[in-house]
Design a protein around this ligand. Sequence first.
Ligand SMILES: CC(C)(COP(=O)([O-])OP(=O)([O-])OC[C@H]1O[C@@H](n2cnc3c(N)ncnc32)[C@H](O)[C@@H]1OP(=O)([O-])[O-])[C@@H](O)C(=O)NCCC(=O)NCCSC(=O)C[C@@](C)(O)CC(=O)[O-]
Ligand SMILES: NC(=O)C1=CN([C@@H]2O[C@H](COP(=O)(O)OP(=O)(O)OC[C@H]3O[C@@H](n4cnc5c(N)ncnc54)[C@H](OP(=O)(O)O)[C@@H]3O)[C@@H](O)[C@H]2O)C=CC1
Length: 413
Amino acid sequence: MSTSRIPGLHNMSRAERLAKVAAEAGLSNAEVAHLVEAGAHAGELADHLSENVISVMEIPLGVATNLIVDGEDVLVPMASEESSVIAAVCNGARACRGAGGVTCEADDPCMIAQVQVTGLDDLAAARALVAGKKNEIGALCDGCDPMLVSLGGGFRDLEVRIAGPFLVVHLFVDVRDAMGANAVNTMAERLAPLLEEWTGGKVGLRILSNLADRRLVRARATWPASEIGEATVDGIVSAWNFAHHDPYRAATHNKGIMNGVAAVALATGNDTRALEAGAHAFAATRGAAGGYGPLTRYWKEGGDLVGEIEMPMAVGIVGGATKAHPTAQACLAIMGATDAARLARVTAAVGLIQNFSALRALATEGIQRGHMGLHARNVAIVAGATGEEIDRVAAEMIRRGTVREDVAREILG
Ligand SMILES: CC(C)(COP(=O)([O-])OP(=O)([O-])OC[C@H]1O[C@@H](n2cnc3c(N)ncnc32)[C@H](O)[C@@H]1OP(=O)([O-])[O-])[C@@H](O)C(=O)NCCC(=O)NCCSC(=O)C[C@@](C)(O)CC(=O)[O-]
Ligand SMILES: NC(=O)C1=CN([C@@H]2O[C@H](COP(=O)(O)OP(=O)(O)OC[C@H]3O[C@@H](n4cnc5c(N)ncnc54)[C@H](OP(=O)(O)O)[C@@H]3O)[C@@H](O)[C@H]2O)C=CC1
């Protein structure tokens, strides 16, 4: 590459950008042709949603079957590049259907905005002063978003904290069907000059917190021992206990949960990074010794396995890319999610079931048979298989019990 300094790339057309990047990076004609083809359908939309767009990255969109959430059957669209993630949800949901599926409970959709005030000598006095302005602050916040207020949302409460040398003002805002970042950021920015005037301090950051712990969802399911076997019940409880006591295991445990949560979020146009940040920050105090721990919990009840998840769930059905992206709209329609609370419940249910299926595999036969069985097609493609060859090479690798690129090449040969 000669240079990464490309002034005005953003002002070029998509085709010009691609040509420029291809020339700088030395892409082959085949690589350029692929990027042109990949961007043919959704490239224009992508150009409006993001910046310096040259094409579109295609992620598989699948549908998880077998779920019952709060007594209703639901098909759940999931966007994931990882093999076996969607199959695992179908499998885990099938195993708890007979016991009623998943039941959930969601907090009101309350987000937190933070305003940092610096340069204060008497933090305690400033805290008392700002706390006394709750009504004024509430009115100012509601004035920022009359639409939100007309829908039943808006300012709910105020908390004034001292964090090291800073005064930190928390605005609690009910954002209804939105994820809410933009909505609360506007309020935080609007409040800033008043805070400076009242306290004599200087405002620093004005932004939401992704630790959305006022917007939690809890979901619970029972997997009967008659369905999964007594040894599996014990194995999963023990696997959970491992995560409860060991942050190294808890990180992987929670990654499995986020396999499901992030896939539903991506399919519905939600901000996956916000959810990841919220989940892991929330998990930071859930472990046995008050450190990082699992977002789920499992125990044995009457011989059956009961699993529960609790986590922040800042998802919306309006705002961000949700309304602008027709695929996200279609996904919400498949789920029948007509409000953010239903989306949050279903997403948490998927996180729980995803985790159950991974633990079931790990506590019994191990992850490789199911996961690598489905991943084999990926390996076959990497080895050069195309069309019908992909399934045939994958099946042969599974038959031989070895899923590896060199084996795929040998079979293909
Ligand atoms: C892979 C399975 C499901 C096979 O499981 P199986 O028992 O061989 O499946 P089966 O053929 O007996 O079918 C049972 C049901 O599973 C579903 N199912 C079965 N196959 C498919 C498929 N191709 N596509 C869609 N759905 C599928 C489907 O619902 C089916 O019922 P049916 O519809 O036939 O009545 C199982 O082994 C499993 O759940 N494994 C766990 C896989 C997993 O967790 N993958 C995530 C990636 S690994 C990771 O990133 C996370 C991890 C593991 O590190 C987290 C952690 O450490 O905690
Ligand atoms: N740290 C983070 O997580 C950050 C995330 N972001 C991004 O912010 C975006 C999400 O912000 P968000 O505020 O949700 O998006 P928007 O501002 O796009 O949408 C929210 C707005 O939609 C309007 N609205 C219409 N119908 C409803 C309804 N039923 N319920 C609620 N609001 C409704 C409201 O008012 P009105 O019509 O008056 O606008 C509301 O303010 C995402 O793209 C995210 O990636 C941005 C900054 C930081």
